[in-house]
Design a protein. Structure first.
Length: 195
């Protein structure tokens, strides 16, 4: 089975930009979040009653992506991913009151069952950046942002809790506050780690 690498972090930290930089340097099978293509993302931005539909759609979609990546025959790279969508965003939406306890539990059950059928990623690249950098990057994005810069600290806390449950050797932590779009510091570090 091929290796799966996921890039995780708060909204605006630069996951997609780092994926693009890595794909220019190495032949990865890649899977992106696809915000614009997800059917409940825009309705959820307008009306929080779509939170459950949005989260279940994302969890199913990301599990489908993982399964396809594992079958690709190439090292696989994922922007965000199945676990980030549950441990980060689903928990954030529950904390914000957008998912009820029963809705959160439904997502938890789906995540637990599905993860038992799919092997976890071999490497989690955990990105962080200072608050000012996150605000600037979120403001410059031309796409739907459900989580805002106000959510960054809470989201990062949930991500830290999840990462604490993983073997440390499966995590590569990178502060990308001062990286440019080509990620000249981080890309070589990641490629060295996976080769």
């Amino acid at each position: 089975m091929n290796k799966l690498i996921v890039i995780v972090g708060a909204s605006g930290v630069g996951k997609t930009t780092l994926m693009n930089a890595l794909c220019k340097r190495y032949d990865f099978a890649a899977a992106y979040e696809q915000h614009e293509e997800r059917p409940f993302q825009a309705p959820f931005k307008q009306d929080k009653k779509y939170a459950l539909a949005n989260q279940l759609d994302y969890l199913i979609f990301r599990a489908e992506q993982e399964r396809a990546l594992r079958a690709s025959g190439k090292p696989a790279l994922m922007d965000g991913g199945f676990d980030l969508d549950f441990y980060g965003f689903t928990r954030l939406f529950h904390a914000r009151g957008w998912l009820s306890g029963a809705e959160f539990d439904l997502c938890r059950r789906f995540h637990t069952m599905t993860r038992s059928l799919l092997p976890p990623p071999e490497l989690v690249v955990a990105l962080s950046a200072d608050a000012q950098t996150l605000r600037e990057r979120l403001a410059s994005r031309n796409r739907i942002n459900i989580a805002s810069s106000d959510d960054a600290a809470l989201l990062e806390g949930f991500i830290r809790e999840w990462l604490a449950s993983l073997p440390e050797e499966n995590i590569l932590r990178l502060d990308v506050s001062h990286e440019s779009a080509e990620y000249p510091v981080s890309v070589p570090v990641i490629l060295d780690k996976i080769e």
